[in-house]
Design a protein around this ligand. Structure first.
Ligand code: MG
Length: 155
């Protein structure tokens, strides 16, 4: 068994839609980024690649490459899941903590877990997503953006 950790953060940017775990959160401020800025999927990609010691999201999908401009991060995750499977790994579970002051994540957690399970090719019981605030501390706590920590277990 191999474990990997991933981290990502993006700052809010007006006029963009918020996509978290492949789910669009209607009415929320979006995040700045070269791709669709799905901070949750980005952290999970790094956890998966980290567990397999196969580089990181930046080495796979450089943000200097116009191909990944406004990319659908769900497609990037699907490509990584395929690579991990081709290398002989099976996903045990994924667990993530999404940290932001807004929006409130609880109403969206089940939809996000279901979408991630679909993209990862696992049962929803193998995917955990938790929402937290940063108790108004530091930049995330001041509402500047969203940060995510993720871990993945591969067998
Ligand atoms: Mg990112």
């Amino acid at each position: 068994m191999r474990i990997g950790c991933g981290y990502d953060s993006h700052r809010f940017e007006d006029g963009r839609r918020l996509v978290l775990g492949g789910v669009t959160i209607l009415g929320a401020t979006g995040l700045k980024g070269h791709s669709d800025a799905d901070v949750l999927i980005h952290a999970i990609i790094d956890a998966l690649l980290g567990a397999a010691a196969r580089g990181d999201i930046g080495s796979h999908f450089p943000d200097t490459d116009a191909r990944w401009k406004d990319a659908d991060s769900a497609q990037l995750l699907a490509a990584v899941v395929e690579e991990i499977a081709a290398a002989g790994y099976r996903i045990g579970n994924v667990d993530a903590t999404v940290i932001c002051e807004r929006p409130k994540l609880r109403p969206h957690i089940d939809a996000i877990r279901a979408r991630l399970a679909q993209l990862l090719g696992v049962d929803v019981g193998q995917v955990s997503v938790k929402g937290k605030t940063n108790e108004q501390m530091d930049a995330v706590g001041a509402g500047v953006g969203i940060a995510v920590h993720a871990v993945a277990l591969l067998a």
